[in-house]
Design a protein around this ligand. Structure first.
Ligand code: 5GP
Length: 144
């Protein structure tokens, strides 16, 4: 899918927002949801998505919706810093398949980096152990 296209209401993140698919939730408010990436590039990799926007990417979204999304991104990044003590945090997002996007519902990646630890492959690494994912989410939640 290129930068241009129609929002698919059956994409996986839309299903998570509707409660049709499970996720390991970290934080939720009226406008946004933060949850663990099940194919993490590092331990603690989170995603933040808007709940009400039918936007495939950053270019599509109503500009007025950006503030609550970025507020949640910053909030969970602070909690990640406190809970996991990473040495760095990547905050990024991709627009269009050629840029690396694989799920076409706007989302931000929050990826902790640890000294002397490589970064896993984007969207093609192994699936996380669910017990470990739940434990990491609980640690981040406790720091919110
Ligand atoms: P993108 O490639 O679109 O920037 O990022 C999509 C992200 O969603 C990837 O990092 C991928 O690991 C993650 N992902 C794909 N399917 C699922 C899923 O069913 N649940 C969760 N929590 N993450 C997913």
């Amino acid at each position: 899918m290129s930068l241009n296209g129609i929002y698919d209401t059956d994409n996986i993140f839309a299903k998570i927002v509707r409660g049709e698919m499970p996720c390991v939730k970290v934080f939720e408010d009226e406008d946004t949801l933060a949850f663990m990436d099940v194919f993490p590039q590092s331990k603690g990799h989170m995603l933040v998505i808007p709940k009400k926007e039918s936007a495939r990417n950053l270019l599509d979204v109503n500009p007025d919706a950006l503030a609550p999304i970025l507020k949640t991104v910053q909030r969970v990044a602070h909690a990640m810093k406190t809970a996991l003590s990473p040495d760095g945090i990547i905050i990024t997002q991709f627009n269009g398949a050629p840029a690396g996007q694989t799920v076409f519902h706007l989302h931000f990646h929050i990826i902790p980096r640890y000294d002397n630890t490589g970064l896993g492959q984007h969207a093609s690494g192994g699936m996380a152990d669910m017990d470990e994912l739940n434990a990491i989410a609980a640690r981040i939640q406790s720091a919110l």
